[in-house]
Ligand binder design. Structure first.
Ligand code: 4NP
Length: 155
């Protein structure tokens, strides 16, 4: 069995490509498939933002091969867990849900983390340090998610 995890943000060029790359590093690819998508369609086919590529590279993760794609209703069929970065992503994803099964797959990435903000802020209009902050928020969340996923697969 392979568990399928989708990371979603607005543009699929800043936050969710980082989340995809970071979680992939923490799980076994034959146990967990990780992908990402954006609710908006502005950047389809593009590489991640150069600042996301740079901060990932700083921590030895290569996300430069990723290409932007748009979230669609069929993703509810293809994925077991859908993690969104902020509440507006949540609203946009839920708007495409067909039933309560679809809705139950969607959660805020930081919803497990009670010590910090619930949202991964959009760094698109920030300076580079916004990407550093976002990297650490996502990395901490992915540590917890990886522990849960590894427990499912190794029990
Ligand atoms: P992301 O950031 O949702 O983390 O990929 C954004 C990237 C681009 C835009 C908005 C957010 N944009 O409006 O083009």
């Amino acid at each position: 069995m392979v568990t399928k995890v989708l990371m979603v943000c607005l543009g699929n060029i800043c936050r969710s490509p980082l989340a995809e790359g970071i979680l992939k590093e923490k799980v076994k690819s034959n146990q967990v498939f990780v992908d990402s998508a954006g609710t908006g369609g502005f950047h389809i086919g593009k590489q991640p933002d150069y600042r996301s590529i740079a901060v990932a590279k700083k921590y030895n993760i290569d996300i430069s091969n990723q290409r932007c794609r748009q979230f669609s209703t069929k993703d509810f069929d293809a994925f077991d867990f859908i993690f969104v970065m902020d509440k507006s992503n949540y609203t946009n994803v839920i708007a495409k849900a067909r039933n309560t099964d679809d809705i139950s797959k969607v959660q805020l990435l930081l919803s497990n983390d009670r010590t910090i903000t619930e949202e991964v802020p959009d760094p698109y209009y920030d300076e580079d340090d916004g990407f550093e902050i976002v990297y650490h928020l996502i990395n901490n969340a992915c540590d917890k998610i990886a522990i849960q996923l590894n427990a499912i697969h190794n029990s």
